[in-house]
Design a protein around this ligand. Structure first.
Ligand code: CP3
Length: 343
């Protein structure tokens, strides 16, 4: 662990150090619930925003200017690395991959690449944002091998992950080759983000909850562990986030990460019971941000009560912020978390 003297409260909390107040940020905090973002999107596509470092930096700063959150997350997308791998990606408006991976030959065709070339725009955006942010720490991120592989195979979002699971269970060798490629690229990409200035990184395994515990242990855990282990020497905290992980949280946590991101399908104190002495990030249901203030207030209070002053708590949602979320409710949550967690 690096020296944490004078480190921001978000970084201190990731390493389970004492903090003056509970840090708070929101997954997908840069996005369509903000008017400033929607205005920019009238002029630029999501890929244009992500691939223009000045614009990506601007979008990263929008929520920071609007409220006193404790961390920024670089504006990018977990799907960006699949383009230099050879996938044809577009947003229509959700992601579509026109040449999905369906066979061992498709896996062989996927290219390895150096993120300093193939994803240089993300690294430049990180360097720019880091300069602009001053004392606010910047989080880099990537999709976890399973979630990324699911997009490569399905060709877009999916309800039941039928094609992904068929591939995983029926073509285990090709699956391991696919995960082998994805994990190498992901580990190198995250390291490059740290070198560019990211002060923490988050691995998003957004769809891993569609798996049985046995499927997770056998087909996914070793690959996530590879990525998370590769970052241990980076000196920055690593957040390992998944949704629907309640049934195998011990296994999920055993793959690694300084901080475990949990969703709202599990009480925060129960999650802690399962993972032991590790930092936790979560876990407000994003739909509760649409509720009347008293309802929202008591949900926030409940989470803070369950965190119960433990070291290593980062307040967040259990998944990304939804597009129509009222901004004033998001701001209220930031203020309540800070005010109620004063030591
Ligand atoms: O958190 C942040 O503010 C940083 C930016 C960020 C985006 N995507 C920008 C984005 C982050 C961290 C992501 C991660 C991401 N992208 C995930 C993992 C997190 C999660 O929510 O589970 C996933 C699964 C994706 C893939 C993806 N990108 C989908 C499924 C979609 C379309 C769905 C939707 O919300 O419309 C995107 C597009 C996308 N990425 C948007 C944003 C702000 C919305 C695009 C728009 O402006 O129209």
């Amino acid at each position: 662990m690096p020296s944490l003297q004078g480190a921001p409260r978000f970084v201190r909390a990731c390493f389970r150090q004492k903090v003056d107040r509970t840090p708070v940020w929101f997954m997908r905090q840069a996005g369509r619930y903000m008017k400033e973002y929607r205005d920019l999107r009238k002029k630029y596509s999501i890929l244009q925003l992500a691939k223009t470092p000045e614009l990506a930096c601007e979008v990263t700063l929008q929520p920071i200017r609007a409220m006193p959150i404790d961390a920024a997350i670089i504006f990018a997308d977990i799907l960006l690395p699949i383009e230099p791998m050879g996938a044809r990606l577009r947003f229509a408006p959700g992601p579509v991959i026109d040449n999905p991976v369906r066979s061992a030959a498709d896996v062989r065709r996927l290219k390895d690449f150096d993120s300093r070339e193939g994803l240089s725009f993300v690294l430049r955006a990180i360097a720019l944002a880091r300069r602009e942010l001053g004392p606010i720490p910047l989080i880099g991120f990537a999709g976890a091998p399973f979630t990324l592989a699911s997009y490569l195979i399905e060709g877009g979002p999916s309800d039941h992950f039928l094609k992904t699971k068929a591939f995983m269970l029926e073509q285990p060798k090709a699956w391991d080759q696919l995960m082998g490629k994805v994990r190498r690229i992901t580990a190198a990409y995250l390291k490059a983000q740290v070198e560019a200035g990211a002060q923490a990184v988050q691995l998003f395994d957004s769809w891993v909850g569609c798996l049985s515990p046995e499927q997770y242990r056998k087909c996914v855990l070793p690959h996530s562990r590879f990525v998370l282990s590769a970052l241990k020497s980076s000196g920055v905290p690593v957040i390992h986030f998944g949704t629907g992980t309640a049934g195998f949280l011990e296994d999920f946590a055993s793959a690694g990460g300084d901080v475990i991101g949990v969703d709202w399908r599990l009480d925060l104190d129960a999650a802690w019971g399962k993972i032991g002495a590790r930092a936790i990030q979560g876990n407000l249901d994003p739909t509760v941000l649409f509720a009347a203030k008293p309802v929202l207030k008591s949900a926030v209070r409940d989470i803070l009560a369950r965190a119960c002053g433990r070291k290593g708590f980062i307040f967040n949602l259990g998944h990304g912020i939804l597009p129509q979320t009222p901004v004033e409710n998001v701001k209220a949550v930031v203020d309540w978390v800070h005010a109620w967690s004063l030591n």
